[in-house]
Write a protein that binds this ligand. Sequence first.
Ligand SMILES: [Ca+2]
Length: 241
Amino acid sequence: MKTSFSSAIFALSIFAGSLAHGATVDLTSVLNNASFENSTGGCPVSWTCDSNIANAFVVLDPHEFIAGSNGLSGGRITPDGNNAVVMPPISGASYLSQGFGTFAADTDYTLTIWVGTPRNIPAPQPDRPAGPAGLIQFNFLGGPSANIGIGPTFGVAAPAVGQWIPYTMTLTAADVQGHVGQEATFRIRVESIYNEQVAAFDIAPPTPETRNSDTPEPASMALIGIGLVGLEVARRFRQKA
Ligand SMILES: [Ca+2]
């Protein structure tokens, strides 16, 4: 019986080991000015604006998204706070990026970012109807000067005019492997052919109704696994008795 019990404990430890899970960092709480509420002269504070994004940061006017029919609950105009960033101000490619320290080992990095298509292109461009951006991508950079793309390039189609949608991405520990200790940067890229093609971004936790409730949490899976091992232990005890 002793041998049986020992082997069951051994199996349990192997099972627990296979479930060992590193930390998950939610960038919502790591990025500075994640909600784009603060800006000085166009570029959001703490963010780096490349290309022609200057002056693309706007306090969203209520007429850009119609409360109640914009994909947000509670009559909100923006997913979080009052402001969002809109890019690019004219056709072409633009980048918005921010460093967030260095990559840690055994760590997943997750972020939910809201993507919106305003109804009008932002000032200082002439006020006229906007259209969905041609290309919206997110990626992570590492390397000695955060100049190497790491992991997948995440892409999302722009929502319809006047709508917001949440997009969740995860850079896994496997993606980060080999880049631990390197400077880490998150980057948004928008490309458009026409001046009217713009995209708005805001960072906020997903609303409860958008959370994926179908996937079991790793912790609950571990509990199920421990329970199954426990049943096996009990079965063996009964057989030996
Ligand atoms: Ca905001």
